[in-house]
Design a protein around this ligand. Structure first.
Ligand code: C5P
Length: 409
């Protein structure tokens, strides 16, 4: 998906070994549709060559305020006026100190200082040794650059190039891309708390077997990501799936439907929106055997008796908070045919204001999907598209249905 199509990004590199990750970040930004203009400090050029960055960005880099290419010789003005965002990755401790003081004695700091603050955001991806990161001087400078309007992205923890281990690593390029993309999404759910279920559940028969289904969790994970991008605080209750947690999302892993219900009930009091995307197993074995069940020669699974699982969506939709309008509940329906009819009936049966229908075999495990949104008055089709694109549209539809008093002005 070209999440950054048409965006112009100044990618600033300062001196640090994490510059080796900036090459791949540049590639990811270009693949996401951005026009990337690289600006490097002299220290950055000690770690990675301008040739590499030029080849990956597809444009000659800038590294000097005396560069005569700009007709008026004011590269810092043109670069900062043309950008939709300036991203500093890596941003060294020294460069943060420069920003904190409003220094402007080389091109990159000059460009940051010259940017129109209200229109061109400055995103900073710090990278340094853990002691430098923890130093009160660095933390003081970070507080100052935040107060001056910069957005300071997280740092990672783990082994560092110096051989030590701790906080201060630059985020991985994929993580930075996710944060940059999120930055550009409209903040429709600022201040809202969103609870999402995703994936299948697994109902143990015995220690080695269970009942589950083919749900990949991709739609629910996309919804959690889209809600976070929209500014919400997100809790994602996930059944057994192999998917990375979206950035900034709190994830609670569960196995069975009853675990999922317990996790959702615990989180629902602190939620404003509940989106039930999980393909919860309808049935579970009445008894889970402590030992592997052996064939007994009868040709039948005599020990296997099933009982119905609790309906998580229905339970939460009947809660006092949902009934009083404090918890907006959204259900999903995976059908094989007659989507509109089944979805309308399911919306009423589940007692939710919004139900999202999709065709089961066309969504399970796929990266694309199409959705049918059904509320009390209307139906709306969202044609086939990547799940993340659909998730963003669904978030917009949810935001439009929340009481105006709960949303950002
Ligand atoms: O009844 P059915 O499984 O078709 O309903 C689908 C919707 O209900 C989905 O939103 C699903 O997450 C939710 N559900 C649930 N708990 C169940 C079964 C379904 O939350 N036990």
């Amino acid at each position: 998906m070209q999440d950054l199509a048409g965006k112009r990004i100044v990618l600033g590199l300062t001196g640090g070994i994490a510059c080796y990750k900036s090459a791949y970040l540049c590639r990811l930004l270009v693949k996401a549709g951005a026009m990337v203009q690289v600006v490097m400090t002299q220290a950055a050029a000690q770690f990675i060559t301008p040739v590499t960055m030029q080849a990956l960005s597809g444009r000659a880099i800038y590294d000097s305020q005396w560069d005569a290419r700009a007709p008026d010789n004011m590269a810092h003005i043109r670069l900062s006026r043309e950008a939709d965002a300036i991203v500093l990755a890596p941003c060294s401790a020294d460069f943060i100190a420069r920003l904190a003081h409003g220094r402007a004695d080389e091109l990159l700091s000059l460009t940051c200082l010259a940017r129109p603050i209200e229109r061109v955001p400055l995103l900073i991806a710090p990278a340094m040794n853990r002691e430098m990161w923890a130093h009160p001087g660095t933390q003081r400078n970070l507080a100052q650059v935040r107060a001056d309007g910069a957005i300071v992205l997280d740092v990672g923890a783990g082994p560092q190039a110096c051989g030590e281990e701790g906080d201060g690593r630059m985020l991985e390029p994929e993580e930075l891309l996710e944060d940059i993309v999120a930055h550009f999404q409209p903040k429709r759910l600022t201040g809202q708390r969103v609870l999402v279920t995703a994936g299948p559940t697994f109902e143990a028969i015995d220690p080695v077997r269970g009942i589950t289904n083919h749900s990949s969790g991709k739609m629910g994970f996309a919804i959690a990501r889209a809600a976070h991008e929209a500014g919400a605080q997100v809790t994602l209750v996930a059944g057994p799936v192999h998917l990375p947690t979206p950035r900034g999302v709190r994830r609670v892993d569960v196995i069975s439907a009853r675990d999922m219900l317990a996790a959702c009930t615990a989180a629902a009091d602190a939620a404003d929106v509940f989106v039930a995307t999980a393909a919860v197993a309808d049935w579970r074995p009445l008894h889970t055997s402590a030992h592997k069940i052996k064939k007994d020669g009868s040709g039948r699974a005599n020990a296997l008796e099933l009982t119905e699982n609790p309906d998580i969506l229905h339970t939460l939709a009947q809660s006092v908070r949902a009934r009083s309008g404090q918890l907006f509940c959204v259900g999903f329906a995976a059908e094989s045919d007659n989507l509109a009819t089944h979805a309308k009936a399911k919306r009423e049966r589940k007692g939710v204001p919004l139900l999202v229908g999709n065709i089961g075999p066309q969504t399970f495990g796929q990266d694309d999907n199409s959705l049918l949104l059904v509320d009390a008055r209307t139906t709306r089709e969202l044609p086939r598209a990547p799940k993340l694109a659909l998730a963003r549209e669904l978030i917009a539809e949810i935001a439009a249905r929340l009481p105006a008093s709960r949303l950002p002005a």
